[in-house]
Design a protein around this ligand. Structure first.
Ligand code: HEM
Length: 390
């Protein structure tokens, strides 16, 4: 959580919960289970050795779940078999090749125009609200809206209705990357089971439709339904919630650091702001690996079975403005890196152009954080009357 006494000019490094030393931000049960690796050079070397440091724990729950939660998941036959982010070897590469086709640079670039138009449309509606004296939460009204629409267009697969999507995504993030108590686990498991059931049906329908959508392409590549569902589960979170969180952080930073007008005027200023957010306070500032066998690397000993949490943003990377690790590194590097960066830049620049003179409403927002995710929870904004377009 952010410091309640933070001044309006607090920096991202001060505000983002995972920007500082990781053990300081995690509860004891996480620190007992995970070894934090924060030296960027060592993180890079680990990510380049997926055989020794496997991504098999990418979709594990961060803590052991209690029997009551496990029973709810079992009743739904909930399972996330290894695929893509949590798989290795030839199987990983075969699936990665299929998914990458849907997010090629040309397909991503073609989304910039439609995103800018959609943001302009949303902002026209928001301008009415500001005119009526309302304060607007841009995290909810803008950041949350764009990523699911873009994913649906690029993949051709169904996306749950907005309210369910938000609840299921946030609940699954907390279930897999949080440290919920026993009672909360039961609620989260019930929500995850609902999402799983919805995915079951939508994967079957998309495969049967066979209209060149992502799930049909995976089916033709020989990926079984359980793995397609597992991939759908990951992509819904990875492709949308993380991007919505990055957009919210960028909007917050432009408003609270007085850089809104610059973003309206200069593409370079917008790109620099997004690069800074990725370096200092990315929405996915860590990622996990498991040590396959005893190994020494850069003079450090790693024991078989040890679980690592690798810092990808903040700390030294933030101080040096280095965003080169923000989307991972090596053969598991994020397939949505170009999309997420472009989407965030276009949303920020288009909103800044459409809503001149926007100001933050109220104090710095609180931030949420889990093992591998962080973002401001709200981005309240207001438009002084003098700034409103006629
Ligand atoms: C702000 C937004 C995003 C951030 C910060 C982010 C970050 C990451 C990170 C850190 C990884 C793990 C890399 C590793 O294991 O070495 C990853 C993997 C992945 N991401 Fe993203 N991601 C974002 C958005 C997206 C989007 C929009 C997509 C949609 C295609 C996506 C798809 C994936 C996939 C498929 C993988 C697994 C790749 C593999 O295992 O081969 N991500 N992402």
């Amino acid at each position: 959580m952010s410091c309640p006494f933070a001044s309006p000019s607090a920096t991202l490094a001060e505000l983002a919960p995972l920007a500082g030393p990781l053990p300081d931000a995690y509860p004891e049960e996480i620190n007992r289970r995970y070894r934090s690796i924060e030296d960027p050079a060592l993180v890079r070397r680990i990510l380049l050795r997926p055989e020794d440091f496997t991504p098999a724990n990418a979709l594990d729950t961060a803590i052991d779940l209690e029997p009551a939660a496990l029973r709810i998941l079992a009743a739904q036959r909930f399972s996330l078999p290894p695929v893509l982010a949590s798989a290795g070897g030839k199987e990983h590469l075969a699936v990665r090749r299929v998914v990458a086709r849907f997010f090629s640079p040309a397909k991503v670039a073609a989304q910039a125009g439609p995103i800018a138009e959609r943001v302009a449309g949303i902002c026209a509606g928001l301008a009415e609200d500001y005119r009526g004296g309302a304060q607007v939460d841009l995290a909810q009204r803008l950041a949350d809206v764009i990523p699911p629409e873009v994913m649906a267009r690029l993949t051709g697969v169904p996306i749950p209705p907005a309210a369910e999507l938000k609840r299921w995504s946030q609940d699954s993030l907390e279930l897999f990357w949080g440290w919920p108590d026993a009672r909360r686990q039961v609620e989260l498991a019930a929500s995850a089971a609902q999402f799983h059931a919805w995915l079951d049906t939508s994967v079957a329908e998309a495969v049967a439709r066979d209209d060149a959508n992502l799930y049909a392409a995976l089916h033709h590549a020989g990926v079984d339904p359980a793995r397609i569902r597992s991939l759908g589960y990951f992509l819904t979170i990875a492709g949308q919630e993380t991007t919505a969180m990055l957009i919210a952080t960028a909007l917050r930073t432009a408003l609270h650091e007085g850089r809104w007008e610059q973003c309206a005027q200069s593409e370079q200023a917008t790109a620099e702001l997004v690069g800074q957010v990725l370096a200092q306070a990315s929405s996915v500032p860590t990622w996990r690996r498991r040590v396959a066998a005893d190994v020494e690397l850069d003079g450090e000993q790693f024991a078989a079975g040890e679980q690592l949490v690798l810092k990808l943003s903040g700390g030294v990377l933030g101080e040096e403005g280095d965003d080169s690790l923000a989307f991972g590194f090596g053969i598991h590097r994020c397939l949505g890196a170009g999309l997420a960066r472009m989407e965030t830049e276009v949303v920020l620049a288009s909103a800044a152009r459409a809503l001149p003179g926007l100001k933050p409403a109220g104090a710095e927002p609180d931030w949420m954080h889990l093992l591998s995710f962080q973002a401001p929870q709200t981005v309240w904004s207001t438009q002084p009357a003098a700034e409103m377009a006629a």
